[in-house]
Write a protein that binds this ligand. Structure first.
Ligand SMILES: [Zn+2]
Length: 466
């Protein structure tokens, strides 16, 4: 068989694949509540002959679908959660479908189905006897609140996989060869003494003082950390009434840095600052880690495979889709084209859709974001890419991204499905490729072993309370 047959299979399934992603777009469900989406994806895989197991890591909407019982084992991931407050019609003007309702501002309806298309195409090749091995689809919920995949890793969902290729909606077609920031999240609670704020302030010890002093401590610390480090906080409880000295107050603190060691070193300093703030305010403090993630370990071998498949696959953009992209692009204001190399930015500014594959403009960079795919990349060789589902310059989490996700984005989704299928097929058919990707993974990891960054008793359902 040829690679083209995988691509043709996906094009032949265009109607039901786009129907499935439209169903998920029309019924957006936020993190950990994405029951209908998970079920629809799981059902489609079951009908194709995958064995599907739900409830991974105690998360109802996390699932693993597997086809085949021999090696090598290749996999892909699908996200499907929506964002609160992002309801938007598929129109070129801001127009919520349901005021304040959720919407697919990150294109995860396309993400889940594009990966599914890739997994099913590979499964059919295995079934026909064209290729040997197994294919796994990991249904990974709760990306928008953080660490869903980290819980799945902890529960062994990625065990036995030889390589994973995954993608994310965006406005470029490009493999990712860069990294991003590891992160730790803490809940910090101060406890003091309440008292009448005017009549007996000397009897009180303000927990809010503790919070403010820690905030100030972090502000001073900011100057004395290495450049890519980011520290953010919000006050989650600042007391109830100004005439009562608050006995309790709390904040959430996040620390980001390029690797786990750096995150942990800065986090230790934040803990020290919290102790200092408690001392100064005469309160007690409790610092509890609530979540953590790794930065991404890039894999250039898989990035190159992805690029070769991008160059081989058609991007099925219709005239209607392109016309809608042009209308939507006009609403963007002053978009950033920093995702493409400097010499291509004029072109990106001109284009409605920027579909020409680019070779990893992020190579050598550490993006100022965190993703639970980071943990996956420390567990198994992971190839990542972006596919163009939105007009050039569209930021994620914008109303334009939601509007593009219903119909326009399905072109990039089908393209992504082909790139996932082609890359997994290459891994199953070219022994040396899998060996090379694995060797690169081992070399980049060196002697740093992956250890779950989650607290021991972490409950994934508490992620939504953040
Ligand atoms: Zn996303």
């Amino acid at each position: 068989m040829t690679k083209q047959q995988l691509f043709d299979d996906i094009e032949a399934d265009e109607d039901w694949l786009t129907g499935l992603s439209t169903d998920i777009w029309e019924n957006p469900e936020v993190a950990l509540q994405e029951h209908d989406a998970a079920e629809a994806l799981g059902d489609a895989l079951r009908e194709e002959g995958f064995s599907v197991e739900f409830g991974v890591a105690g998360i109802d909407t996390a699932f693993v679908a597997r086809y085949g019982d021999e090696g090598p084992v290749v996999g892909t991931m699908g996200e499907f959660d929506a964002l609160p407050g992002m309801s938007q019609a598929a129109t070129a003007e801001p127009e919520p479908i349901e005021e304040g309702g959720p919407g697919h501002g990150c294109g995860h309806n396309l993400f889940g189905v594009g990966s599914l298309a890739g997994a099913i195409a590979v499964k059919r090749a295995i079934e026909r006897g064209d290729v040997e091995g197994s294919v796994v689809y990991l249904g990974t919920p709760a990306e928008e609140v953080g660490a869903g995949k980290v819980y799945m890793i902890q529960d062994g969902a990625f065990d036995g996989l030889d390589a994973v290729v995954s993608w994310h909606p965006g406005w470029t077609n490009a493999p990712n060869k860069g990294s991003c920031l590891a992160v730790d999240t803490f809940s910090v609670r101060f406890e003091g003494e309440s008292a009448h704020a005017a009549a007996a302030p000397e009897a009180g010890r303000s927990a809010l003082d503790g919070v403010q002093l820690l905030g100030n401590g972090i502000e001073f610390m900011r100057e004395h950390v290495a450049d890519p480090v980011r520290i953010h906080y919000v006050v989650t409880d600042g007391g109830q009434a100004a005439n009562v000295v608050p006995a309790e107050a709390s904040m959430e603190v996040m620390v980001r840095a390029p690797d786990r060691a750096a995150v942990e070193a800065v986090s230790d300093r934040v803990r020290d600052a919290a102790e200092g703030a408690a001392l100064m305010s005469g309160t007690e403090v409790d610092v509890t880690k609530t979540s953590g993630m790794y930065g991404v370990l890039p894999n250039h071998t898989l990035g190159d495979t992805i690029l070769a498949n991008m160059e081989a696959a058609d991007f099925p953009l219709s005239e209607e889709q392109e016309a809608f992209a042009a209308d939507l692009k006009e609403t963007l204001g002053s978009p950033s084209y920093a995702d493409v190399p400097a010499d291509r930015r004029d072109e990106a500014a001109e284009a409605a859709m920027f579909t020409e594959p680019l070779d990893a403009p992020d190579e050598g960079t550490t993006g100022s974001y965190s993703t639970d795919s980071g943990d996956v990349s420390w567990t198994v060789p992971l190839g990542r890419f972006r596919a163009a589902t939105w007009p050039a310059g569209t930021p994620a989490h914008s109303w334009q991204a939601v509007a593009a996700g219903k119909d326009l984005g399905t072109a990039g989704m089908l393209f992504a499905g082909k790139v996932v299928a082609g890359s997994l097929y290459d891994l199953l058919t070219e022994n040396e490729l899998l060996e090379e990707a694995t060797a690169e993974f081992e070399e980049r990891k060196g002697d740093r072993e992956y250890e779950s960054p989650l607290p021991a008793d972490a409950d994934p359902y508490e992620l939504t309370d953040r």
